[in-house]
Design a protein around this ligand. Structure first.
Ligand code: NAP
Length: 247
């Protein structure tokens, strides 16, 4: 609602979980003209109403990110909203959150960096050209409170924590660089809270009553923060309740 013109949005990691819900809520908003829904295995065709456009994109494959950005460029789109939701915590095989040092697996560590840190950076690298030069735009990356160094009191989860901390540093860098060429862009990191998705499924037992959000609620809350984000929020790490999370 805070954007001047009808919004064109890109959601990366749109296949399921939080990303799929961003696509659903954005596509049902009268203020949104078109949603580019990027995922590794996209739907074969746009939605029947033409508002959701599938885009093939693997954040671990720089060429696929470049190709997807070229597709958006060829359609003449300017993106007022870019939301990175692609992320990984476990893969049901080798990658699972480490309880202790002995659990550290180099391949799993690198895969977490590829998806969680390098992914949003490649999206910025290739899609920046499609942000508006002057008008308001938001570049948001889904981070996680456990990526906060200042807030780390429990340890463990080496790969996820460290890759999200790296993602946070990248968001801060983007908050400095992108507005030089795209004056109205605000870059933020978002913590959605604990949300009922595949990612959190194995760890939901200890979540206090009332603190496990549905995707619908989590996305509604984050869209509120995105809508309200202004220059003062440049490079901020924003929790689901609007609080600033320390780096
Ligand atoms: N759920 C929570 O409680 C929670 C808490 C804090 C932060 N977050 C963050 O929120 C974001 C979304 O999480 P979620 O809960 O929705 O997780 P999810 O349900 O597991 O979904 C993860 C998404 O990331 C996509 N993805 C993974 N690797 C990819 C790649 N190489 N290229 C493109 N897409 C890729 C998946 O696509 P495929 O279907 O192709 O695998 C899927 O769409 C993540 O960044 C996560 O760290 C979640």
């Amino acid at each position: 609602m805070s954007f001047d013109a009808p919004v064109e949005a890109l959601v990366v990691g749109a296949s399921r979980g939080i990303g799929a819900e961003f696509v659903r809520q954005l596509a049902s908003s009268p203020d949104v003209k078109r949603v580019w829904a990027a995922s590794r295995r996209p739907d074969p065709a746009p939605s029947p109403d033409g508002r959701v456009h599938p885009l093939e994109l693997d954040v671990c494959d720089a060429q696929s990110v470049e190709r997807a950005a070229a597709g958006v460029g060829a359609a003449g789109a300017t993106l007022q909203l870019v939301i990175n939701c692609a992320g990984v915590l476990h893969d049901g095989e080798r990658m699972r959150p480490e309880r202790r040092l002995a659990d550290v697996d180099p391949d799993a560590m690198l895969q977490a960096y590829r998806v969680n840190a390098l992914g949003p950076l490649l999206v910025a690298r290739h899609f920046a050209a499609h942000l508006p030069r002057r008008e308001r735009a938001i570049f948001a990356s889904l981070s996680a409170r456990v990526g906060s160094i200042g807030d780390n009191r429990h340890g463990g989860w080496y790969a996820y924590r460290a890759s999200k901390a790296a993602q946070n540093m990248i968001t801060r860098n983007l908050a400095i660089e992108l507005p030089r060429r795209h004056r109205g862009v605000v870059c933020i990191a978002l913590h959605p809270g604990t949300v009922d998705t595949n990612l959190s499924a194995p760890f939901q037992r200890n979540v206090p009553e009332g603190q496990l959000f549905t995707c619908e609620r989590a996305v509604r809350q984050m869209l509120g923060h995105i809508d309200a984000a202004g220059r003062d929020d440049q490079g901020r790490f924003i929790a689901w309740d609007g609080q600033t999370i320390p780096w």
